[in-house]
Design a protein around this ligand. Sequence first.
Ligand code: GLN
Length: 547
Amino acid sequence: MTKFIFVTGGVMSGLGKGVVTSSLGKLLKAKGFSVTAIKIDPYLNCDAGTMNPFEHGEVFVLDDGTEVDLDLGNYERFLDVDLCGKDNITTGKVYRSVIEKERSGEYLGKTVQIIPHITDEINRRIWDVAEDTEVDIVLIELGGTVGDIESMPFLEAVRQLHMDVGEENNNSLFVHTTLIPVLEVVGEQKTKPTQHSVKALREIGIEPDIIVGRSEERLEESTKKKISLFCDVPKEAVISSPNANNIYRVPLILDDEGLTECVMDRLHLYPKIDEEKIPKNSKLKMEDWKKFLEDFENPTSEIDIALVGKYTDLEDAYVSHEQALNHCRAETRTEINIDYVESEDLEDKNVVNDLLGDIDGILIPGGFGDRGIEGKINAINYARVNDLPILAICLGFQLSVVEFARNILGYEEAHSYEFDEKTPDPVIDLLPMQRGIDKMGGTMRLGAEKIVIEEGTKVHDIYKKSEIMERHRHRYEVNLDYKDEIEAEGMCFSAQSPNGKRMEILELEDHPFFIGTQFHPEFLSRPMKPAPVFLRFVESMIEDMEN
Ligand code: GLN
């Protein structure tokens, strides 16, 4: 029987509930249980694909092409699993299927209502994941904050699910993640907001089993006692989650605080009394994770990377790139400082040297829309001319072709059709299957597709194989009419789709490290398994420094 853990949030959003959920999953996995995770997003969008990263952070892409909330990226990285679209439930998805069923007559004669029809649909989706995966434990993170109107149907649904699986049978539990602020004048950890959010949970019939208190420092004993008393949970079920300077340390902090024990105890994950029956693998298997952390936290050298993007003010916009670099940081024991450079600031060619002069390499992430495009092209040009290592992803890949066409082939007005429909040289053109598509949601070339790497290329040497699967999210691609001309001048398309029509990786023959990928390697990078192109990019900067 699958067990369910519901993670709710109190007081305010942005507390790192996703990291708490991922960490708990990691801990249970390390105890030998199979685990998967679902993220519930109470917004009306069907998926995150149409949302601006400024508002909601990075859009993460799964193997099956679903565009999801960035928390699913953390689940994948912590649990080392590949999730699918079913693991992200949004209000939009739920309402859409209920309304479609209503139109097709499935509820004929009935009044279709939030309870039970929407709530049943929510629970059907949760059960679907449990049955499909057959895991021991499904973690369900409820986005938003208790008390939000949007979250109500989801909380009601999981309250029912909790009842259905049998409260007494210890098949499900509620972890409430909340904020414990410190009032500066008195320096005291305040529990009142937590008490109020637990009260709000109670009003809808949910009793939290465990309270995770997010705070700057560990919770004091007196704070824990207070929460225990006022929120009616045992003191050992009040867990501190102090700020950590590295998210990968959070599982160890929470384990140290007793979270694993508490959850296993509550869910009867092993017969507590009869020690003999404790499965051998119940010992926490975190040795490799600890080694990863040790390498992460003790760098022996340091490099500076410029990330030239358009959402540089918002930390969450480039999470997967940062995490991919973090995975390389541990692998190479190198501190990687990321300098976020606004691409618009690079539009004036005279300042490019000032802004990029002291850095060791450039990372151009994917992107949409024409703001800052010329700045990115200037950064690419700077890297090419100055032999500076550069990794250019998706839009960065496309703009590398534009820069090459303009400055090497001499097509001064070359551009991507995305930004200039009148360009005489559309070296980047709309994908043929995109013609005639006018709807925006989920219509790009999305998800994991096979890529064939040419032997003898630099990229083949990086991946050490001829076929890879990588995740995509784009509408435009290299225009094949220009391929031969570009290659004749030294830019090699070293990996392509199996039919040879989609260019997937480019490399410059005459450059220490100039690589572009049409796909997004950052989505598949994991702790202890950094994305190969990211790793080689970082290594090339380290080598440059050593020489
Ligand atoms: N805007 C470009 C396209 O649609 C690049 C997309 C991206 O970088 N993800 O092809």
